[in-house]
Design a protein around this ligand. Sequence first.
Ligand SMILES: [Zn+2]
Length: 257
Amino acid sequence: MLHKWEGIVLKARAYGESNKIVTLMTREAGKVACMARGAKKPTSRLAGVTQTFMHGSFLVQRTSGMGTLQQGEHFNSMRHIQTDIVATAYASYIVEIVDRLVEEGRPEPYAFDILIQALNAIEEGYDPEAITLFVDWKMLPFAGIQPILHACAGCGAVEGEFAFSFTQGGFICHRCFHLDPYIIRLSPTQLKLIRMFYTVPIEQVGKLELKPQTKQFIKKIVTTIYEEQTGIRLKSRNFIEQLERTPLLQREKKEEE
Ligand SMILES: [Zn+2]
């Protein structure tokens, strides 16, 4: 059967002399791996469209098992993401987390939307670090985690001082601080921001201007959730951390622009 899917290339790895196995996140069929014959050859018509981050329309022949990519046509080659090292680092993290958390074999339109919105936002020049935080929080349910952020996870109160508790799985109020000796106290602004990342659409996140310390703080919480509760540590996180440790490189980049 021949399928026409809208998709984004999550990854492409070499297979044999000239082929690639391409993992697509499609709108219609969810995550799908397919064989792209000859795509490793620069002259192949599949060479361009099978690059990571490519957003396009893909014609896949599949009966059972792995399909074969017949044809592809790109909508957006994500040029900024392909060429800007900081954008590449964050976008790599985003495609990796989607690849790790989404299972093959069923449509996942919500995950597809998060992915396409996030990549488009980075491509358009929004703060890639804030966009990546958005993806981290939004993808938690795909890791089986539903943090309790609308009220206290201990008693259900909505007023009071709040902290984040890893053991209680979300916010707890000052009346419940005794439940967890390792709470992370939150200011009202931090509380609001975390809620936003988890609930609001990406356009609102993209427009936020966040201080580096604020992003670091919120990132530390969400990264700890992933690492402690799912054991997931993404390879591309290392690359981002390396970039963050070289502020000079980033400053030089900004001056060039
Ligand atoms: Zn409480």
